[in-house]
Design a protein around this ligand. Structure first.
Ligand SMILES: Nc1ncnc2c1ncn2[C@@H]1O[C@H](COP(=O)(O)OP(=O)(O)O)[C@@H](O)[C@H]1O
Ligand SMILES: [Mg+2]
Length: 255
């Protein structure tokens, strides 16, 4: 069964058609890859799907319900959490605080607004700290809980972004190049983390440049080129697809 079903997405930036009738399906419980050459429209697809930019058109369905990706927090509440190609953390806040911010999406109290806390709010606050610590342990950076986020290594920052996204208890975790800047060891560990997340019931959609990583972890892959879907299927199918080979070779030829 499909968790995410998106079709007919068009997005124009001035004179540039960034997405043309783009579509994507993510089966529940799977890890799906979204690949394509630089500038293909992958991040734009995420931006439109998560309410960062309005689409010119498109149908968006999550868990059998149409949703309107008009605002980031609405999409988050609907059940899609994401990370960013260029890491977006609250850099001056601690690691723990970053995850607590994510957690507040699912709780009643506002993070900054509660100055006078009732005892039930204090209890909730304690719960939020505990949950955040549990998530840091889950992604393997609990020792760095009280560090200022900007001081973390690149790999740990990417893990923190994943922890913050998971704090919203998403149905779908959408990752934009989660392995970018990682060495081989970190990539292996990331792969294990993503498999654990999927195993624990969260469906994953990932944009990734490292074709080996994508092929090794994804059950299905969608390929974008110049804003259009040029292939969709299992890693084996996509790898052999002439249009995909052409798109990647074309990139190589043009430098
Ligand atoms: N906010 C924006 N304003 C103008 N052009 C944009 C914007 N975001 C992306 N683009 C353009 O859309 C195209 C697709 O970009 P992007 O979605 O980032 O590709 P990818 O993530 O596949 O590398 C590129 O030509 C890019 O320059
Ligand atoms: Mg991108």
């Amino acid at each position: 069964m499909a968790l995410l079903e998106i079709s007919g997405v068009n997005k124009r930036f001035g004179g540039l058609q960034a997405l043309s009738e783009a579509y994507l399906t993510v089966p529940k419980g799977s890890i799906v890859g979204l690949i394509g050459p630089n500038g293909a429209g992958k991040t734009s697809f995420f931006n439109v799907m998560t309410g960062l930019y309005p689409a010119d058109s498109g149908e968006f369905k999550l868990n059998d319900h149409f949703y309107n990706p008009s605002a980031v927090d609405e999409v988050l509440k609907a059940g899609i959490a994401r990370t960013f190609q260029n890491i977006r953390l609250f850099k001056e806040m601690t690691v723990l605080e970053n995850v607590m911010v994510g957690r507040h999406v699912r709780t009643s109290a506002g993070f900054f607004s509660t100055i006078f806390k009732t005892s039930s709010q204090q209890k909730e606050e304690k719960q939020i700290v505990d949950d955040a610590m549990r998530l840091l342990t889950y992604v393997g950076i609990e020792k760095e809980a009280n560090q200022v986020s900007k001081n973390l290594s690149y790999g740990s920052q990417r893990r923190l972004e994943i922890a913050r996204a998971l704090a919203t208890e998403p149905l779908l975790l959408a990752l934009d190049e989660p392995a970018a800047g990682m060495n081989q060891t970190e990539k292996k560990e990331l792969q294990q983390l993503l498999q654990k997340i999927r195993g624990d019931g969260t469906t994953i959609l990932m944009i990734e440049h490292d074709v080996r990583l994508v092929m090794g972890i994804c059950s299905e892959i969608t390929v974008l080129d110049e804003g259009r879907v040029i292939a969709q299927g299992t890693p084996e199918m996509v790898r052999k697809d002439p249009a995909v080979i052409e798109a990647y070779l074309g990139l190589a030829h043009h430098g």
